[in-house]
Design a protein around this ligand. Sequence first.
Ligand SMILES: *Cc1c(COP(=O)(O)O)cnc(C)c1O
Length: 457
Amino acid sequence: MENKDIPYKIYLEENEMPKYWYNVRADMKKKPAPLLNPGTHQPMSAADLAPVFCEELIQQELDNDTRYYPIPQEIRDFYKMYRPSPLVRAYCLEEKLGTPAKIYYKFEGNNTSGSHKLNSAIAQAYYAKKQGLKGVTTETGAGQWGTALSMACSYFDLDCKVYMVKVSYEQKPFRREVMRVYGASVTPSPSETTQIGKKILSEHPGTGGSLGCAISEAVEVAVSNPGYRYVLGSVLNQVLLHQSIIGVETKTALDKYGITPDIIIGCAGGGSNLGGLISPFMGEKLRGEKDYRIIAVEPASCPSFTRGVYAYDFADTGMVCPLAKMYTLGSDFIPAPNHAGGLRYHGMSPILSELYDEGLMEAVSVTQTKVFEAAEQFARVEGILPAPESSHAIRVAIDEALKCKETGEEKTIVFGLTGTGYFDLVAYEKFHNGEMTDYIPTDEELAKYRAKLPQID
Ligand SMILES: *Cc1c(COP(=O)(O)O)cnc(C)c1O
């Protein structure tokens, strides 16, 4: 093994931690397309968004120009409890692979929610509190976002109402219980507590629910209860802004040791961790200062970038949210039951969609069993049990490192390890028992959903 002048873990001192979020939109020549009102197809104004979202978050959502946002002191104080997250040099993985590549990963799983989602949850809860709200509502599928938000709300003493997709509510009782530890109320969706929930239940008795349906319920509760707003854990510009903490920390740590990455890799569900990780690097690329290869990794069962179209679409199945221009498979698309719950979203962040459309980043899709093979290989040498979502990035990092082995190139690879997989052991069990499937949608199937996209002129 080589002489390790770079430590296994590059930490930042408290005084080196980022004091600002970086808004990559400020450096984009072509800005992401605006959200549209689903009724009039006109751009959503701050006033249109006000009944649903918190005021300051709306301002962040619509702001394409401010480059740096100072992180409020209260949020920085909370970040200090679990940040900076370590940037780890994967020496053991490199040795196991026999690659000359240098592999680093930014590990976001060191908090109770087990993922990067807490970075935005705490910011959103802070602005809700500052506005004097009583509470917030949201949906959660696999439960990572709901857990992160319940932690953030309890810190700021806000009520937190989580609509959890019914099948997950029943299959993941432990996540539900963690949310209740933090005082959130967790309702299986669809439920009898909303008009839309009652309607869906009467039309589809016994349904296990869906993310789209849970969003519709959460939005209805927010707009019909004074003092409540709805919050979302990915896709939106504001969420990428908060998640830029991941990238700014990563860049600060690399700069300390004079390291320049060649390839930056992240998994992409709604695009928030990847968008956050790449932000400052993409900024350099956009300003023409540096060049990096940036790779988004998505499941072959839900291939928004690699097989979707760049078009306006509904953000939710209930069609209540604004229209967003993004790479999408169509809002009716229901992906096969892939075990990476956090990557099962039909659309993609409008910011990343625009960057991808301009050829500033690449995307690849990978099948589930290949992802779990990489997850296990990683777990055995690096000592962390990775989340299935994160393991998509591990798969492609390993593939790129193996290419370096063939060519002898000493490339530097950085990838985002978004979280831990302790609540995903049923998926690991399926993998071990050989019961995991690799469903890939056919072109005909995708065309069917594409035909239903809203027509915007
Ligand atoms: C939610 C989640 C993701 C995907 O969400 P993005 O918004 O694309 O980052 C990835 N990894 C983990 C662990 C998650 O919980």
